[in-house]
Structures are given as C-alpha cells and as structure tokens.
Design a binder for this molecule. Sequence first.
Ligand SMILES: NC(=O)c1ccc[n+]([C@@H]2O[C@H](COP(=O)([O-])OP(=O)(O)OC[C@H]3O[C@@H](n4cnc5c(N)ncnc54)[C@H](O)[C@@H]3O)[C@@H](O)[C@H]2O)c1
Ligand SMILES: [Zn+2]
Length: 347
Amino acid sequence: MFSVNAYAAPSANEPLVPTTIERRDVGAHDVLIEIKYAGICHSDIHTVRGDWGPQSYPLAPGHEIAGIVTAIGSEVTKHAIGDQVGVGCMVNSCRECKNCRKGEEQYCLKGMTGTYGAVDRDGTITQGGYSTHVVVTEDFVVRIPQGIELDAAAPLLCAGITTYSPLRHWGAGPGKKVAVVGLGGLGHMAVKLAHAMGADVTVLSQSLKKMEDGLRLGADQYFATSEPATFEKLARTFDLIINTVSAPIDISSYLQLLTLDGALVNVGAPAEPLPVNVFSLITGRRSFAGSAIGGIRETQEMLDFCAEHGIGAEIEVIPADKINGAYERVLASDVRYRFVIDVSTLG
Ligand SMILES: NC(=O)c1ccc[n+]([C@@H]2O[C@H](COP(=O)([O-])OP(=O)(O)OC[C@H]3O[C@@H](n4cnc5c(N)ncnc54)[C@H](O)[C@@H]3O)[C@@H](O)[C@H]2O)c1
Ligand SMILES: [Zn+2]
C-alpha cells in the first residue's frame, strides 16, 4: 500500500478537504495511473451528499479519470508505460455472469465495482479520481486516442459513455429525431454525439439562456420547456428523448413528445421516483426506459468515435481548491459544461 494526495468528503454535509488515501500495490494485472485530470460529475455530488443512500467516509469521488500509465504489473498486456488512458465509473465486475460476458459489465449480476465508495474485491472501499494516482486492473482501463486532449477527454469517461450508449442502443442516426433534455455535463455530450451520429437534434432546456451554445454544439433546434407552447408544438415529434436532468421532471408531458414507438430514456438519476401517467405510454406504444453508463468495450468504441469526429467535452479546468465552489455552481446549473480538476494542483 502507498499513500497519495486526494480531495475527499469527511461526511455528507461537510466540504471536501485535502487529505491522503491509500492505494494498493500494483498487482500482476494492475496498471498504475498518474491522474492528470478528473471531471466533476453530478453523480459525485449525489453520492457524497448521501442522495442515493449512506456512504462510507472519508470519500474521494471522481469517475472521469484521465492520466498516464506510470507502472504496469508483470502480466499486463493491454497498456504500456507512457500510454494515455482513462478510467470511468467502474473498476471491476465479476466477469463471469451473462451480462459481463456480453460486455455489459455495468449490469454485472453480482454488481459492478464502482470507482469510488464500493467494496473492492480485497474488502477495501474504493476511492475515486480526485487524487494523484490510482491502481486499476488492466481490463477496466481504456485507451485515450491521440488527438483528444486529456482534460477534454476526462468527461467522456462518464458523461460521454452515458449518453453514447443509449444513443447507439436506440439507434440514433440519420433520419432520427433526437431530443436532449437538460444541457449540463451529460446533455452537452448527448448533443455533440447525436449530431455526430447524423441525427436531427433538439435541445429541451428550462430557458433559452444557453441556446447559442446548444446550436454551436450541434443542435438543430432549441426550445424552452418553461414555455407551455413548446409541448404543443412538439407533440409526437421525437423518436428518442434522452433525459439528463438531475432533478425530477414531469415525465408524462415529455412522453407526449414521442412519436409512435418512440422511447424516452432516463439517464438523469434523481433519488425521487418519477411518476408516469400510463396514457402517455399507451397512446403511442411508447417506452420509458433507463440506461447506466456503458460497458468497457463500448467505452473504448466511444473514445475512438470521439477521436474520429474531433469530439471532446466543453470544460472549465479548475484547481483542487475550487472543487467545493464548483459543486455549488453545478447545483445552481452554472456550468458550461463540465468542471475538470487539474490534478497537479493536489500536490
Ligand atoms: N445513468 C447513468 O449512468 C448516469 C451517469 C452519469 C450521471 N448520471 C446522472 O445524470 C444526471 C445529470 O448529470 P450531469 O453531470 O450532467 O449534471 P449537470 O448538473 O451537469 O446537468 C444537469 C442538467 O439538468 C438541468 N436541471 C436541473 N434541475 C432541473 C429541473 N428541475 N428542470 C429542468 N432541468 C433541470 C440543469 O440545468 C443541467 O443542465 C445526474 O442525476 C447524474 O447523477 C447518470
Ligand atoms: Zn458520472
């Protein structure tokens, strides 16, 4: 074991503070990563504040990790010292169940091992990317292609894959009308990715404040959901709606915007239930679905797709001592469009 500098929450209701955490020694199948950048996902905030249930503290969040390999175990074949790599929301899974065998490790029947706050195979609690180094088994480390800057790549490891996976699964592409609800970290990636896949993209945001950005990111249309006329105008329009909002919204009124057989996929993860009026499903054979991140193979595919299409996240790089302020800004919807921690400022 060795200690590394980190930023961690001491409890659910205290700000994050500089500290040290323990990392395991590099095992035969492990990769040691010197973390360069770590994105701030809204899930980090939900988790440390206990929105999704009690946690073990101190907790260093961070599951949008980009860095450089600085050591490898004796059996490692997939990565070499000096490689640019990333780690997302999981660092292991059982690898044997039918979902793992399909490459859908995020749906591991024994539960994936989350990058932070999860019980690791050795019984320790995992700690995330707001830290200078991490040790991860090579199969859960992905390659960041040349051509994507590491800082703009970090958010792809969660915001990127979480939107890429449902866009692919529900067939976003030419001739398909896709709406993205919420233009935050996930939402702005959904717009870029759906546009690059060739879909016709509409942003549904609370107001028109970010309209110029939305159109620049690749949206074809932009509407304010605070405007009731929006729901009349867009009734029965979309093949696919990706809801990225971190708070409860009125799902039934969004379902009305789907065309026959359309699907509304929730990636936003508010703790509260989202009630649905079944008539909004029945009257168009519509589906209301959910999706969690993506498998490791698909995460690599997403990174390669981003490199090919010149896609990175729109970021605001911050030093570690601005993490708590950034949390408040995310909660106030004041983020364009992802905060990324410059890990060199952790000392
Ligand atoms: N399914 C998954 O695998 C997965 C992965 C990552 C994040 N998430 C979840 O997705 C959600 C979004 O994450 P993010 O990092 O993009 O957050 P974010 O804060 O960057 O974006 C959330 C967006 O929702 C908007 N919003 C907030 N409250 C709203 C309201 N009441 N009505 C309408 N819009 C509202 C905000 O303006 C913002 O544009 C979070 O709940 C997060 O935990 C899920
Ligand atoms: Zn995330």
